[in-house]
Design a protein around this ligand. Structure first.
Ligand code: FMN
Length: 169
């Protein structure tokens, strides 16, 4: 089986799109760390009791490095009108997300201090329970400490299927 065959088969699995966010640990005692975000589709519900979710992060990606030292993170389930957010937060080789967050309306998660995107379908705040290295990715399993359905949030999801963003019809 070639990489192309693998990719083509898995591209036929329609997925919702989330933004994983976390705050970098502060560089000094007074400071606040920068916010970071990453678009992901490899996100799923794992367990109800206890409530667990999982995201699969490419080893060596900025979010993988960050969640290795920051156990608190959040997930915003993107709505269909938030395709631009998914696009911006999936650009490779970004050094800082500061400017991206300046242009994005967010609330700060009361539990994790991670950004929660306004207008998302749902937001979750999580604390890492387990990290499992799986090939070239790491599965980060998190306990859900808080979940919200923001008022004024969208109602239809942003989807990704066969390499393109889609809307539910
Ligand atoms: C639709 C879409 C879904 C993605 N899903 C994931 C994912 O589940 N896990 C992951 O590690 N990267 C995923 N990516 C890639 C990351 O968003 C991208 O590699 C990252 O933001 C770039 O930062 P980096 O240079 O640190 O890799 C996805 C990208 C797109 C466009």
């Amino acid at each position: 089986m070639s990489n192309d065959e693998f990719r083509a088969a898995l591209a036929r699995l329609a997925a919702g799109v989330v933004l994983v966010t976390a705050q970098e640990p502060p560089l000094d005692e007074d400071g606040r760390g920068e916010d970071a975000g990453m678009t992901a589709t490899a996100f799923m519900s794992v367990s109800l009791d206890p409530p667990l979710v999982m995201v699969s992060l490419r080893n060596g990606s900025r979010m993988d490095d960050l969640l290795d030292e920051q156990p608190l993170w959040a997930v915003s389930v993107l709505a269909e009108d938030q395709r631009h957010i998914a696009g911006r937060f999936s650009m490779k080789g970004r050094i800082s997300d500061r400017l991206l967050f300046e242009e994005l309306d967010c609330a700060r998660g009361p539990i994790t201090s991670a950004p929660l995107v306004d207008g998302a379908l749902a937001t979750l705040e999580c604390r890492t329970e387990q990290r499992v290295v799986a090939g070239d990715h790491t599965l980060v399993i998190g306990r859900v400490l808080g979940a919200k359905l923001p008022s004024g949030g969208g109602t239809a999801p942003l989807m990704y299927f066969r390499g393109q963003y889609r809307h539910l019809k």
